[in-house]
Ligand binder design. Structure first.
Ligand SMILES: NC(=O)C[C@H](N)C(=O)O
Length: 613
């Protein structure tokens, strides 16, 4: 982590001297895929990123950045009763709302409760962290119908800038194109390790009756407390995988659906997290944003008697990628060789065409002659992808000049962010046009063996809830395997559906244990199997902090390669002083690798170097 981010992003004086409306500096538009230059970061965003290191109680608080793009949630009615976005109102009003801002707590923590200090959610009770949140408001605020790919690029760049300074992110967004934005971001944010939640509302948050309050509050609570390293959509008490969602209702408060994938989290009296459904990064790579998109993409919906000319015009230059919405399980009239010819001609020209269903639920499958014929002309199966996911994935995949057309086709038909349910052997479906005599069976993956095992556990426990048994048993199974240094046993547990990231009563998971005992291979195995580098234990430490304290250079290096950073709130002076006094050079080396600068005063006023001298 770059622990000097507050200096790079602007000094405190500079930030404090700003006027409240300086977020007007935001520019929507750059599309080049270049690294983010801190000099071009808008001042208001710098301020949002500039929470002082000691301002957060590492054990009881989490930091959440709210990116406010617009939408009904923050709209007010004008004189004609029409809803319009109004700038500089949302934060101001939330600061006065007891359910969003605990003034007494903020005063006791920060000495003042308004202005530039973060907003603080009231206490959530047992073992839950308070969300300290900063709101970064875009200008202009947009009805989401006016949002473009440039806005997706801007949001992803802003997330990158603030990524290490926050534990989670909430994006406030209009509902109309929310599913497109969530889907696009899911592809653009590569190796995402933190929770990103897109939410909005059907009724403005300021009105007496509003779904905005619950949606926003729940999104903040989840982002501050749970590791769901995906781009998610929160609406009507459910957290969905973003690229599985679609807007299904113009007026109901239950406006979003995820037709082919169960919710990741259900909110009721309790918060139920479906750990086994969460898509986690499984590469030893850092978080990265892909900031180019291909705009020459489109959606073509087949209808009875569609003309050849319509199809040909749609597929003509400059089109590079087309989502073909076909009937039922992926069918197109077999009595129309003209259509087949137009499609074949386009795929041979290099246009990527992906077949999804027009139905609200279900997948395309080559069950019928009419559907399998599409494979013969090079149209790819999109399985159960939503139109939003298919279109934004095409735009993302086609903007990878480093991937040749064969690779792009393979990736389109492969599950890369949990956006589709793919059969096991898909490679033969993705080649360019070929002669195929038999249709291909699309096996949808069967359920995990855990389901059978899990079914037995409640019986054994005589009514005790399954999640309670899992919470008690999983960490001990895992720790045992880690302590025995047995990847084979971990593999067995994984096959049984055990959540490898399960935490014990001290909020520690198997990655902490493997780091503690210094087993590099097990650390690597756990990282490759989706265990988060960002999880914090009850003391606020993460595995990187542990590796640094232990002076395990090899493990620290591995964690850093996977995007770990030291907890931003931690005050390291005491630790560094002790390490310096003890002459623990390996530990100091690890802290240096993690970005600590020994001559930089910490929030507590010391430097490790000073004390050593
Ligand atoms: N509920 C909403 O947010 C709808 C609004 N038109 C928007 O998408 O910005």
């Amino acid at each position: 982590m770059d622990r000097n981010i507050k200096f790079e992003l602007g000094s405190e004086e500079e930030l404090n001297s700003e006027e409240s409306d300086e977020c007007t500096e935001i520019v929507h538009g750059p599309t080049e895929n270049n690294p983010i230059d801190p000099a071009h970061v808008p001042k208001a965003l710098r301020r949002s990123c500039s929470l002082e290191c000691c301002q957060t109680d590492i054990k009881t608080e989490s930091r959440v950045l709210v990116l406010y793009t617009g939408g009904t949630i923050g709209m007010v009615r004008n004189d004609n009763g029409v809803l319009v976005p109004k700038p500089n109102v949302l934060e101001h009003r939330l600061r006065k709302s007891a359910i969003f801002h605990d003034v007494a707590y903020a005063k006791s923590r920060f000495g003042h409760a308004s202005g530039k200090s973060p907003l603080v959610l009231p206490n959530l009770g047992d073992r839950m962290r308070r969300a300290l949140f900063m709101i970064y408001e875009y200008s202009p605020l947009l009805d989401s119908s006016n949002m473009t790919m440039d806005d997706w690029i801007q949001i992803s760049k802003d997330l990158k800038i603030c990524y290490e300074n926050f534990d989670g992110f909430v994006i406030l967004h209009g509902t109309d194109t929310l599913a497109y934005t969530a889907s696009a971001l899911s592809f653009m944010l590569e190796n995402l390790g933190k929770t990103v939640i897109v939410t909005g509302s059907q009724i403005p948050i300021f009105e007496t009756r509003s779904d905005g309050r619950d949606n926003f509050l729940s999104a903040l609570v989840i982002a501050a407390n749970y590791s769901v390293p995906e781009v998610c959509v929160f609406f009507n008490n459910r957290l969905h995988r973003g690229n599985r969602t679609t807007k299904v209702n113009t007026s109901s408060l239950d406006a979003f659906n995820s037709p082919n994938f169960a919710p990741l989290v259900n909110i009721g009296i309790n918060i139920e997290v479906n750990q086994n459904l969460i898509f986690r990064p499984t590469e030893l790579e850092k978080f990265h944003v892909h900031t180019t998109l291909n705009r020459n993409v489109g959606i073509l919906r087949i209808f009875p008697s569609i003309t050849t000319q319509t199809v040909k015009s749609f597929l003509a230059e400059p089109m590079h990628g087309v989502v073909l919405q076909t009937y039922g399980a992926g069918n197109i009239p077999s009595s129309r060789p003209d259509l087949m010819e137009a499609l074949r001609e386009a795929t041979e020209r290099g246009v990527i065409i992906i077949n999804i269903t027009q139905c609200a639920k279900g997948a395309v499958a080559a069950l019928y002659e009419t559907g399998s014929a599409l494979l013969d002309v090079g149209v790819l199966p999109g399985y159960d992808m939503t139109p939003e996911a298919a279109l934004t994935k095409l735009s993302y995949v086609l903007a990878h000049p480093d991937w040749d057309i064969e690779t792009q086709r393979k990736i389109m038909a492969r599950n890369i962010r949990g956006e589709l349910t793919a059969p096991r052997n898909i490679l033969d479906l993705t080649r360019l046009p070929r002669n195929r005599s038999s249709s291909v069976r699309l096996d949808i993956d069967s359920k995990s063996p855990l389901e059978s095992l899990a079914a037995l556990l409640p019986l054994l426990a005589n009514g005790t809830s399954l999640s309670y048994i899992q919470a008690v048993l999983y960490p001990s199974f895992l720790y045992d395997a880690v302590r025995a240094g047995s990847i084979a046993r971990l593999e067995d547990l994984k096959k049984c559906g055990v959540d490898l990231g399960a935490k014990d009563a001290n909020s520690r998971d198997a990655l902490f244990v493997a780091t503690e005992i210094g087993n590099h291979e097990i650390v690597e195995y756990l990282l490759l199997n989706g265990v988060s580098v960002h999880s914090r234990d009850i003391n606020g430490d993460n595995p990187l902090m542990l590796a640094c304290k232990k002076g395990d250079v090899k493990i620290a290096d591995l964690l850093l390669k996977t995007g770990a950073h030291l907890p931003h709130q931690s005050c390291l002076s005491d630790v560094l002083i002790k390490k310096a006094e003890a002459g623990d050079l390996r530990s100091l080396e690890c802290f240096k690798m993690a970005g600590v600068q020994f001559n930089q005063p910490e929030c507590c006023g010391h430097t490790a170097l000073q004390s050593f001298l």
